[in-house]
Design a protein around this ligand. Structure first.
Ligand code: ZN
Length: 271
């Protein structure tokens, strides 16, 4: 049994823990599938009123596990025999990136992400779908995917979370948004000292867990519905297609889904 993701329920709070600290909680397919299983388990359990997502180790997550990306063949990621060409990647990412993130956002129970250290690129796909985000003082949120020849990660929450200009700065420069600024811009609810992160997140979860679950479900829905009427999800879906234009362009130019390998990005000091 894999322990890449841990799951625990106590006092009506389901705690889901990313547990791959030796790889900075980089997301491989197994971790993502297990994570989704945990979300679904929490959604189906009537005892669970609030979902808390946290991560072991000094960093929340380094994003998608890029090891082997250059060598990955299109056939190796195809889920079905009908997948062909770069459509295989499109379908794979539609399910595990866009699809999972959308599903987590729609689970009719409040969710809280507790974020420390680095929260990079694909890690944003885990925290933005959560209803609330509590950040440690050392949390930093970044999307350096432009350095890989693509205009941003699969789930374009940037503009909605930060406003247009800051979203562009984040993407153009690949520099992180620090916890304080993320709070000022409304991207995180609260910033606490690192040593208080788990306690603060749990306290908020326990407080919310006292509320009527049906009212919470409706409260979540009215906010999400408002965003969707403003076009949020249609925009995210549309931007996912632009992301894949980037993958296709990189593939045509280099035979790889991304233009720059992860070690080059690391060397530039951005992660
Ligand atoms: Zn992608």
């Amino acid at each position: 049994m894999s322990d890449l993701v841990l799951y625990d329920v106590k006092d009506r709070v389901a705690t889901i823990t990313l547990n791959r600290p030796e790889r900075r909680n980089a997301q491989n397919p197994e971790l993502l599938d297990l994570l989704n299983d945990c979300w679904e388990r929490a959604a189906a359990d009537d005892e669970v009123r609030v979902i808390l997502l946290r991560a072991e180790g000094p960093h929340f997550s380094a994003g998608h596990d890029m090891s082997g990306v250059k060598d990955k063949s299109l056939s190796s990621i195809a889920d079905t025999i009908a997948d062909t060409g770069t459509l295989a990647l499109y379908r794979w990412e539609s399910k595990r990136y866009l699809g999972y993130s959308r599903r987590w956002r729609e689970i009719p129970k409040p969710s809280i992400a507790a974020v420390q250290g680095a929260c990079i690129a694909g890690a944003l796909l885990l925290v933005w779908p959560c209803d609330l985000i509590i950040a440690a003082e050392n949390a930093r949120f970044s999307d350096p995917v432009v350095m890989m020849g693509i205009g941003g990660v699969e789930y374009h929450g940037h503009t909605w979370e930060l406003g247009a200009r800051k979203a562009k700065e984040m993407l153009f420069t690949a520099k992180p948004i620090l916890a304080d600024e993320a709070e000022r811009r409304g991207m995180v609810n609260k910033v606490v000292p690192l040593e208080d992160l788990d306690k603060a997140a749990l306290e908020m979860a326990l407080e919310i867990a006292q509320m009527h679950p049906h009212a919470l479900e409706m409260a979540k829905r009215v906010v999400n519905q408002t965003l969707d009427i403003q076009g949020q999800y249609a925009a995210i879906q549309s931007c996912f297609d632009i992301h894949h234009l980037g993958h296709n362009s990189a593939y045509v130019q280099s035979g790889s889904f991304v233009l720059v390998d992860h070690t080059a990005v690391k060397a530039a000091g951005k992660v």
